[in-house]
Structures are given as structure tokens and as C-alpha cells.
Write a protein of this length. Structure first.
Length: 72
């Protein structure tokens, strides 16, 4: 399991992309809870990892977030 990226969106609130095996899950976490926002498929995860290796971190996370947002 690997936390690929975390973006803080407020005090004690964040959005994180977590990868395990060949899948990724976007979660939102607050002071007292964790919520699954989207799950990315194996293909989506592979594509994002490729982009992450080729692009600066900010751009890669933006791409990841946009992919996950389409699923919400």
C-alpha cells in the first residue's frame, strides 16, 4: 500500500490517492472520518503512474484528481 499524493483542503481535511496492488482509491479524510470518493481501475492507475513519471508532481496529481472526479 502506498500513499501516492495528498492534498490538504482545509484544517484537518485532505484528499489522498492511495495505491494498493494494481488499483487506486481516492479518499477524503476529516478529523473523525474517512470516505472513499472514487476507485480507479488498473488501466487508469497505470496511465496515471506513467504520467507521474513523465510530469511534475502537481500536474500528475491534477490529472489524477480529474480522473477520479469524473467518477463521483
Amino acid at each position: 500500500m502506498e500513499v501516492m499524493e495528498t492534498a490538504y483542503i482545509g484544517p484537518k481535511k485532505s484528499v489522498s490517492l492511495i495505491r494498493f496492488a494494481d488499483r487506486s482509491v481516492l479518499i477524503g479524510s476529516g478529523e473523525n472520518n474517512i470516505t472513499v470518493l472514487a476507485e480507479l481501475s488498473q488501466d487508469e492507475t497505470a496511465r496515471i503512474i506513467e504520467q507521474d513519471n513523465a510530469e511534475p508532481n502537481t500536474t500528475a496529481f491534477r490529472s489524477l484528481f480529474n480522473e477520479a472526479r469524473k467518477k463521483i
